[in-house]
Design a protein around this ligand. Sequence first.
Ligand SMILES: [Zn+2]
Length: 302
Amino acid sequence: MDSHNHYADEILDRASHLRTDETWLTAQFEDEHTLVIPVWRARNLVANQEQPQGVMLPTTRARDLIDAARATVLLGIRNDVAHFAVDISPLEEHDVCGIHDDSEFVDLRSVGPVMDRSEASILAYAKGIMYWHARHEFCGSCGHPTEIREAGHLRKCTNPECGALHFPRTDPAVIMLVAKDDRALLGRKAEWMEGMYSTLAGFVEPGESLEQAVAREVMEEAGVKITNIRYHSSQPWPFPSSLMLGFYADALNEDFHRNDDELEDLQWFTRQELADGGAGIAKRPRSDSIARRLIDEWILQE
Ligand SMILES: [Zn+2]
């Protein structure tokens, strides 16, 4: 089984020391090897819907996009080639439909699971940071416009009285497989695919440790007390801006009750029931999710 979660196959050197090197940055836009990754209204440009590939354009074919971009971000370097993301959301749909042959702007969620994993990771990074830019055009402290600094990794308030610095944010969320002996506690939301059950999850609150967040969410959603909380792995999940932190935990009680309206149903499932692909009992979550990995590895843990 792969040691990394989907969207976490980082192949770019983020080269943070070059983000303030204006001479180097200018030279990259003149370099025809430099690659430009367009993001349009939270969608990524993907070619070949049969075997989807992220489109990365050489600067020679991306001049108009660079000029039209409302945000440009240095993602990093690979094999001495700089990779920049550009948010071209101000362009109208008819302007962006012919950017590249046999390609279109799509929701990464629709193609991510079947894409090359390192390519999907770059697209996720581009999408995630542009989501942040789009929501920080104005200072959260004084309301004045902000401007981009450090090759897209900082926004600074233009009000001289304020000058607040705003750094890209990601929202930590805990996701946990709670087990008791041979059974795992999974829930489902009404809007999910029919028959699908997944691990419990929720956002970390201010003033809370990850372990406290795990215990609180399980208590809130299921009324179950847990112990032996073990960290598993993490996954960037830019849908729109989460960092998923995966855990295993043991339940102290089997009886449960749904305490909130978030879940439509909650059930204990055995390894066999889940291993059979549900066998009509419970469908597992999407293949690119950390939830799926937590479940699949737990099935093998016997
Ligand atoms: Zn301000």
